[in-house]
Write a protein that binds this ligand. Structure first.
Ligand code: ADQ
Length: 415
């Protein structure tokens, strides 16, 4: 049977715990893996799954996200059914400025669902790094005759406070949902693990419309799927958990490690970036059967230059993007964005450098995230004496130095 599917991507998260990376941009617009943005992962998953009708619901600090969607995700024209359209907060409710929660975001855009009359709506977050064939989840949803299906995977019990935790019966039917409760029940037989919601839902379209409608009229609701809607559906609607880890294969069947990361904190964000540059990455960016799409810029290739005195410029176990020049310096185990310059005698290790960062001569930098446009002067040492670093920069619990960015100049036309 042909199934009409509408994609709704929730891309309005503030990402407070990722500050300062979210000081000027919404979390889904935060750069990841050198040339990508976090939102590229969910959008690539939807597109690679044949879902081409997608609305992206945005709100806070959306300028950078809008620009990225324009640079990388504009398509269509040939077929009306193929679009990725960013939808700013509609402010349909009188007196309200922003969405009250995720359910309110859907309620306020209910017209988009009504107008396109889908059979199912895939309502996905935009905050995660993963690869997933969404068709497999939809097939499972239909096979079970579910009203709602939630993708889920086991995580350590200590993270129960950060996720919606699901209880299922032997058939996968959801019998309990606990949003961000530290004492949520563990998986039977696995006392150290809980089954976490990945924040990705497949809904029967009519049911979704009905739920957000009723939720909007409920003054006691916080208007959030995790807190308000899902826990109240237990026993009322067939709700199933899609086991992401066992069911998932996307693209190359050789490459089927089920990788999913919530990059909500600076340390988790850093580790996931390091996973991408690993020799044997758990999420393979080079899997051509599951291409990860992003904005395509006409950058020149990365270059490695020999300096007569400092000798060779080299990068080892690292990812580098277009426009980078590594001259007479060494980069190890790092992720470099576009147009990064590393000058002679410098040493960069275990770092994430965003676009247009420049590292001055003889500087030594270790375990740092350096934001866009930052110019590190010659002879700077970062990451070797954490207490010293703390006086100048933000340092995370694990000792990661995070250096705030500078606004980029925007070229405009003149007459
Ligand atoms: P959280 O990620 O903490 O938990 P939330 O902050 O609501 O929940 O974000 C969910 C998604 O919606 C994110 O992609 C975010 O960017 C976006 N978003 C948040 N508020 C929005 C708004 N008002 N308008 C548009 N988009 C918005 C959720 C679930 C948990 C689940 C975790 C998995 O509630 O049950 O375990 O995701 O990470």
């Amino acid at each position: 049977m042909e199934l009409k599917v509408l994609g709704l991507v929730l891309a309005g998260g503030k990402g407070t715990r990722l500050a300062p990376l979210t000081a000027e941009r919404a979390k889904p617009a935060v750069p990841f893996g050198g040339k990508y943005r976090i939102i590229d992962f969910v959008l690539s998953n939807l597109l690679n799954s044949g879902i081409y009708s997608i609305y992206v619901l945005i709100q806070f600090r959306s300028q950078s996200l809008l620009q990225h969607l324009r640079d990388g995700w504009q398509f269509g024209g040939m077929l009306q059914s193929q679009f990725i359209i960013p939808v700013p907060a509609q402010m349909r409710t009188l007196g309200e400025t922003w969405y009250k929660g995720t359910a309110d975001a859907v309620f306020q855009n209910a017209n988009l669902i009504e107008q396109s009359r889908p059979d199912v709506v895939v309502l996905f977050g935009a905050d995660h790094i993963y690869r997933m064939d969404v068709r497999q989840m939809i097939a499972y949803h239909r096979e079970k005759g579910a009203g709602v299906t939630i993708s889920a995977l086991p995580v350590e019990k200590k993270f129960a406070k950060d996720f919606g935790v699901i209880e299922v019966d032997d058939d996968g039917r959801i019998v309990g949902f606990h949003e961000k409760k530290p004492d949520a029940p563990t998986i039977p037989g696995r006392p150290d693990m809980v089954l976490a919601s990945m924040g990705n839902y497949v809904f029967e379209a009519d049911l979704l419309l009905d739920l957000v409608d009723k939720d909007a009229a409920d003054p006691a609701s916080g208007h959030d799927f995790g807190t308000d809607i899902l826990p109240n559906l237990i026993g009322r609607v067939p709700m199933y958990a899609y086991d992401y880890q066992t069911n998932h294969i996307a693209g190359d069947p050789e490459d089927k490690v089920p990788y999913w990361r919530d990059v909500g904190t600076l340390d988790a964000y850093y580790e996931a970036n390091m996973d991408m540059r690993a020799i044997d990455p758990p999420l393979n960016l080079y899997n051509r059967q599951w291409p990860l799409r992003t904005a395509g810029y006409s950058d020149p290739p990365a270059k490695f230059a020999f300096d007569e005195n400092a000798r060779r410029g080299q990068a080892i176990d690292s990812i580098l993007c277009g426009g980078c020049i590594i001259s007479g310096s060494t980069v190890r185990r790092s992720v470099l964005g576009r147009y990064v310059r590393v000058h002679s005698y410098a040493l960069v290790e275990d770092c994430i450098l965003f676009d247009d960062v420049e590292i001055g001569r003889r500087s030594k930098i270790r375990r740092a995230i350096i934001e866009k446009n930052v110019k590190i002067p010659p002879d700077t040492v970062i990451g070797y004496d954490i207490e010293e670093d703390r006086k100048r920069w933000q340092v995370t619990e694990s000792g990661l130095v995070v250096i705030k960015g500078e606004r980029s100049p925007v070229p405009i036309s003149s007459i």
